[in-house]
Ligand binder design. Structure first.
Ligand code: HMG
Ligand code: MG
Length: 312
């Protein structure tokens, strides 16, 4: 028998409300080898917003030679019109050239993206950590002067495929440096999905001790080892209220060996609804969107909830 919704049993250990920060159109698509038509990307964002996702990261203004899939960032935003602007439609911006392009497209929010490790900073940004912080400084300063909302991602917070374990102090240091630039929010990236729940509690405690409270922090778990949802619930129990997720569980980073999809938004919504949180998100509409997108990508969604709800 198909269960259309989970049975609701409130979980008092969770916060009263959670903001789902949807990254499907950006993190979800950036790793796809076959170019997705611009019109499909635009419809993807529209369908996500219509399903009740208030915050949708729409695209990236990175060097198109590095990420050809998102070379059409300006066209996507032009076609989205007002639906692609405002503080709830962030875009990735690595440098001032990217910011110029994003401002020209009329964005209302940007996200810079640093790394807790030197290896990934080099591979993802062609910079050392110091050089990348220097690259971000004018981006954040100018963004704030323009009144944009600014997020700072930190990748490899829970482990790095080249360096192995990443000391918590090293992660906290990079987080502190990005927040000191003037970011409004931090997103802790488990880029290769290796983290576990104790590690999540430990890192959040380390950040708190460094003056970065859970009210400034979002979590970004990739699901490579099947830990994304349990890690997310652990973070929520510690008081985090912003969770990154990707509809259908798409995602990955072209520059991180062994990175797979993000936490699937459907899996998250199922868990939150069951725990009695009103997300305002229409799960059936999300599943229909993932099934539609899977048709364009030519393979089924890895999300368990999508599979269960789309099976007859
Ligand atoms: P670089 O080659 O060092 O760049 O790349 P450069 O500053 O030396 O410039 C070289 C040329 O690129 C110049 O053009 C620039 O104008 C151009 P030329 O003079 O040769 O004709 N250029 C640009 N063109 C368009 N837009 C731009 C831009 N920047 C330079 N923004 C750079 C450095 C940072 C640009 C490059 O490394 C890059 O684009 N990296 C992006 C990598 C990326 O997108 N990774 C995926 C996102 S991060 C992620 O997925 C992790 C996350 O999800 C969290 C997690 O899971 O952990 C966020
Ligand atoms: Mg990611």
């Amino acid at each position: 028998m198909r269960l259309p919704l989970p049975q609701v049993e409130p979980d008092e250990t969770l916060p009263e409300s959670v903001t789902v920060y949807e990254v499907g159109p950006r993190d979800g698509l950036q790793n796809e080898a076959t170019i997705v038509p611009t019109a499909v990307k635009v419809e993807f964002v529209r369908r996500l917003a219509a399903a009740g996702l208030a915050t949708v990261e729409t695209t990236s203004f990175v060097d198109p030679r590095w990420v050809p899939q998102l070379a059409d960032a300006a066209e996507v935003l032009e076609l989205l019109g007002d639906d692609g602007r405002g503080p709830a439609r962030p875009v990735l911006v690595p440098n001032e050239r990217g910011l110029d392009r994003a401002l020209e497209a009329g964005v209302g929010a940007v996200a810079i993206f640093g790394s807790a490790t030197e290896s990934f900073a080099r591979r993802n940004l062609n910079r050392t950590i110091d050089e990348s912080v220097a690259m971000f400084r004018p981006v954040v300063e100018r963004s704030r002067a323009e009144g944009l909302w600014v997020r700072g991602y930190v990748s490899m917070c829970f482990g790095d495929p080249w360096e192995g374990p990443v000391p918590t102090g090293q992660v906290v240091d990079v987080c502190r440096r990005l927040m000191d630039l003037g970011c409004d929010q931090l997103s802790l990236g488990d880029t290769i999905g290796v983290g576990t729940t104790g590690h999540v509690h430990h890192l959040l405690a380390g950040l708190d001790a460094a003056g970065i409270g859970v009210d400034r922090v979002g979590v970004h778990f990739h699901d490579t080892y099947g830990q994304a949802l349990s890690n997310t619930m652990a973070a929520l129990q510690d008081g985090v209220t912003v969770v990154d997720a990707s509809t259908g569980g798409l995602g990955g980073c072209p520059f991180a060996k062994s990175a797979t999809g993000n936490l699937a938004t459907e899996d998250l919504v199922w868990a939150l609804q069951g725990a009695g949180l009103d997300t305002g998100i229409d799960l059936d509409a999300l599943v229909a969107t993932s099934t539609w997108m899977a048709g364009h990508l030519g393979r089924p969604s890895p999300s368990r909830v999508v599979r269960a709800l789309s099976a007859d």
